[in-house]
Write a protein that binds this ligand. Structure first.
Ligand code: NI
Length: 186
């Protein structure tokens, strides 16, 4: 049904794809290494567009394909959450090629709702990846972008941020999740 608010939405390319559901821990696909992308076609472009829209719908600034139950090495990032189109990043088959320094900041994950913990990461990271056309490029990130890059590439290797916590912290987080599960809130 068309509503008045719909008319206020600024003109933009109409999105006709699917909004994917984000799967939560302990969905097995989250612990698997994603498959390399070898075919760069229209279907891949469509999937990337759907990943951005699914990420925005879930209020995220990064989303990896395994989080929508697609075990492939694709991730999308937008640290400004739509404010700056230049921040939209598509990384296919990404590889970290350089890590520098240290930072410890709070992270969250769409697959671990309500969980936020400080994670040790490199302060600066350099990544090599392919775009939707299969062309290789490099991107460098600091601060939030560095964290997002490391967090999302971890997803492609089946690693969640809770796997990077101390054993004790991880245990506490898992206990909280079990409690949420028990209450039907997970
Ligand atoms: Ni995540």
């Amino acid at each position: 049904m068309a509503t008045k608010t719909a008319e206020k939405v600024p003109a933009q390319k109409k999105f006709t794809g699917k909004i994917h559901t984000v799967v939560k821990w302990p969905e097995p696909v989250l612990a698997k290494r994603g498959e390399e992308i070898t075919v760069f076609d229209k279907a891949l472009e469509k999937l990337v567009e759907e990943m951005f829209e699914s990420m925005y719908a879930a209020q995220g600034i990064g989303l990896a394909a395994p989080q929508i139950a697609i075990s492939k090495r694709i991730t999308v990032i937008d640290v400004s959450f739509r404010k700056d189109p230049a921040d939209k990043l598509v990384l296919i088959n990404p590889e970290v090629i350089q890590l520098e320094g240290k930072q410890t900041e709070e992270e969250g994950c769409l697959s671990l709702p309500e969980i936020r913990e400080k994670v040790n990461r490199a302060a600066k990271v350099r990544v090599r990846a392919q775009n939707v056309k299969g062309e290789w490029f490099e991107v460098e990130g600091e601060e939030l972008l560095a964290r997002a890059l490391q967090h999302e590439i971890d997803h492609l290797d089946g690693v969640l941020f809770i796997d990077r916590l101390s054993r004790l912290k991880r245990e506490l987080v898992l206990r909280k999740i079990r409690k949420l599960q028990k209450n039907g809130e997970w």
